[in-house]
Design a binder for this molecule. Structure first.
Ligand code: GLU
Length: 427
């Protein structure tokens, strides 16, 4: 992570600017700019080699005024309390902008899943739940997968929760595997949701998606499914950048006439890292990590971590770029926003663009509550409707008021949360 970059300071700065624009009362502002609660704890684990390692875990509950807190759990070596605070805050705006009855939360563990076995990861998952189970749950705070966590981690956590509570509570956590309370479409949901918003943005611009190209940063769950749907719609993915654990740097793998998605997926590991040797053998260019942002593409899709489009990298963007679709959370810094505004790039802000995941998590909870499971087409059709409606509500406001897309999305999201807090009589 860039030195001096603090995602929570960035989340608060974004909030403050829009709160001022909306003329929010000082008490309401103060309430919404901080998490309501947070938990910091240790997770001791017996490692495979017989030693004991103590991991640090977090759960931050930013807001529960519109419903139970909701948000993923990340496993990342550079996790910090402020990163989790920022991500929890963005979850509040995310659930609000797509108008689902949930608040915002986020969790994390400082660890590197590349270097710990699945048994050790299971112990971390169970330890995490043992620390916070009284303060999370279907009607309080509902976790989900995020960076380097998957359905497998979710079901271990659910199992631990059900041991502790003595009941069956599938709505405790979302992103579960199929057959144990998971929803069809959940794995695809975030990436597909990104592409639904891109499709609608292109329609508004009068551009045929079949004539467009996309450059991606990251090749994990979000990027892979975004690439799948974008390709199915007739667009071309030109490159993706990904982390190389061995070399401890990122590389971009590029093919200017379009990647072969099936092939690239076949040589990608579970962390979203492409096998560089095989890619080069197949004729892909192997370039420095930042080359994705310099690629001449119509659409840029950061799909991994924060702070990728910053004051430095944004200047390298090609003049062809028309849309920045933020699949990742917090990929763009406020300095880069100024540049994007000046360049008139159409930005689909993170908490709108990548809201497909949590929207499908909400559908998963609804199905858990009914104990009745929908067909995949039904899930994806509902997801498309939610994302499309939310996108146009934001784009209409941005157009009508001449606002930047990020600010328009914030205006809608913050207004709804502020109204709920006022109606409850909290502020
Ligand atoms: N981790 C995803 C996100 O950042 C999904 C959260 C959820 O499903 O609760 O939106």
């Amino acid at each position: 992570m860039e030195k001096g970059f603090n995602p929570f300071a960035m989340a608060q700065a974004q909030f403050d600017a829009v709160a001022a624009k909306l003329g929010l009362e000082p008490g309401v502002r103060e309430f919404l700019r901080w998490p309501q609660r947070e938990y910091h704890f240790t997770i001791p684990v017996h490692m495979d080699d017989g030693s004991v390692r103590v991991f640090r875990g977090f759960r931050v509950q930013h807001s529960d005024v519109r419903g139970p807190c909701k948000g993923g759990i990340r496993f990342h070596p550079q996790e910090t309390a402020d990163t989790v605070r920022a991500l929890a805050t963005w979850m509040t705006w995310k659930c609000s902008v797509v108008d689902i009855p949930l608040g915002g939360g986020k969790g994390g563990v400082i660890c590197d899943p590349h270097e710990i076995s699945m048994r050790e990861q299971e112990a971390i998952c169970r330890g995490w739940v043992r620390q916070v189970w009284r303060n999370v749950g279907p009607v309080q705070d509902v976790p989900a997968p995020d960076v380097m966590t998957s359905g497998q981690h979710m079901i271990w956590m659910l199992d631990e929760y059900e041991h502790l509570t003595g009941g069956k509570y599938p709505g405790f956590i979302t992103g579960k595997p199929l057959g144990v309370g998971g929803s069809l479409g959940r794995t695809e949901a975030t990436g597909y949701g990104v592409v639904y918003t891109v499709r609608e943005a292109l329609k508004r611009m009068g551009i045929d998606i079949k004539s467009t190209t996309m450059a991606m940063q990251g090749f994990g769950n979000v990027a892979q499914y975004a690439a799948e749907l974008f390709t199915r719609y007739g667009g071309k993915v030109l490159c993706m950048s990904c982390w190389d654990q061995k070399d401890q740097v990122s590389y971009t793998y590029r093919k200017m006439d379009g990647i072969d998605l099936g092939f690239i997926r076949g040589i990608t590991d579970r962390f979203g890292t492409v096998d560089g040797r095989k890619a080069v053998e197949a004729g892909y260019e192997k370039l420095p990590g930042e080359a994705w942002i310099e690629t001449e593409a119509d659409i840029l899709m950061p799909g991994a971590l924060e702070n990728q489009v910053n004051a430095e990298t944004v200047k390298k963007m090609s003049s062809r770029v028309k849309i920045l679709a933020e699949g990742a959370n917090g990929p763009t810094t406020p300095e880069a926003d100024e540049f994007l505004k000046a360049r008139k790039i159409f930005v689909i802000p993170d908490f709108l663009c990548n809201a497909g995941g949590v929207t499908c998590s909400y559908f998963e909870q609804v199905q858990n509550n009914m104990n009745y499971y929908w067909e995949k087409d039904e899930v994806l059709a509902k997801l498309d409707t939610k994302m499309t409606n939310a996108f146009h509500a934001v784009a209409d406001l941005a157009e009508k008021r001449g606002e930047y897309m990020r600010d328009a999305a914030y205006m809608i999201a913050i207004e709804r949360v502020a109204t709920a807090a006022k109606l409850r009589g909290i502020v």
